[in-house]
Design a protein around this ligand. Structure first.
Ligand code: FMN
Length: 178
């Protein structure tokens, strides 16, 4: 089974997650690079659901059995680089697995900024090609005493140093399932 990991990341957490999945699944990996990449423009295009021009990627999407799409959540949105990529390739992607390292965890998942509405959006766009959606929230690597602290959620990054405990268990279960 040939797989590709496509990711967008600003601060590195989703890059770490994407690289880990690619290493464990033996996947090729490409980074999505919007031509205008300020945080402000990404947030605005995500909120207004306008496509963003992406640098052409070298991978031939049609040649992959499955594509992992990985990136953060901003303002409760399926962010524009990921939405643009999925919309553009939805007819070509055979099976899509959406993965996010986001801020909000299990407790917030159904709220305005939670990951469930983003998962629903991915399923709405990709249709039956979307086989799974999974979140690896930063919340899982925050020490108990800082849980629920927005500043901690914004400042902690997923990396080889912080990848431990509950998130590793969740990740290992995910990789086994795939
Ligand atoms: C402006 C902004 C808005 C965010 N909004 C959300 C949100 O609505 N829901 C959420 O779960 N996380 C939210 N986050 C947290 C990011 O999804 C999280 O920090 C993510 O891991 C960043 O990924 P990166 O390190 O790959 O760039 C937000 C972060 C920023 C900077």
């Amino acid at each position: 089974m040939k797989s590709l990991v496509v990711y967008y990341s600003r601060k590195g957490s989703n890059k770490f997650l994407a690289q880990k999945i690619a290493a464990d699944r033996g996947s090729d990996i490409v980074e999505l690079k919007p031509l205008g990449n300020s945080l402000f423009s990404i947030i605005m295009s995500s909120l207004f659901k306008t496509p963003v021009p992406l640098q052409k990627i070298s991978a031939d999407i049609a040649s992959y059995d499955s594509v992992y799409v990985c990136g953060p959540i901003y303002m409760g949105q399926l962010i524009s680089p990921l939405a643009t990529f999925i919309k553009k390739n939805k007819k070509t992607i055979k099976s899509l697995h959406f993965v996010t390292c986001c801020g909000g965890g299990e407790a917030e998942k159904d709220g305005k900024f939670g990951y469930n509405s983003v998962f629903n959006k991915v399923k709405e766009i990709a249709g039956p090609a979307c086989l799974s959606c999974e979140a690896f929230p930063i919340d899982l690597i925050i020490p108990d005493e800082l849980r629920g602290n927005d500043e901690a959620v914004m400042n902690v990054r997923l990396s080889s140093e912080t990848f431990s405990g509950a998130i590793v268990e969740k990740y290992n279960q995910y990789i086994q399932k795939m």
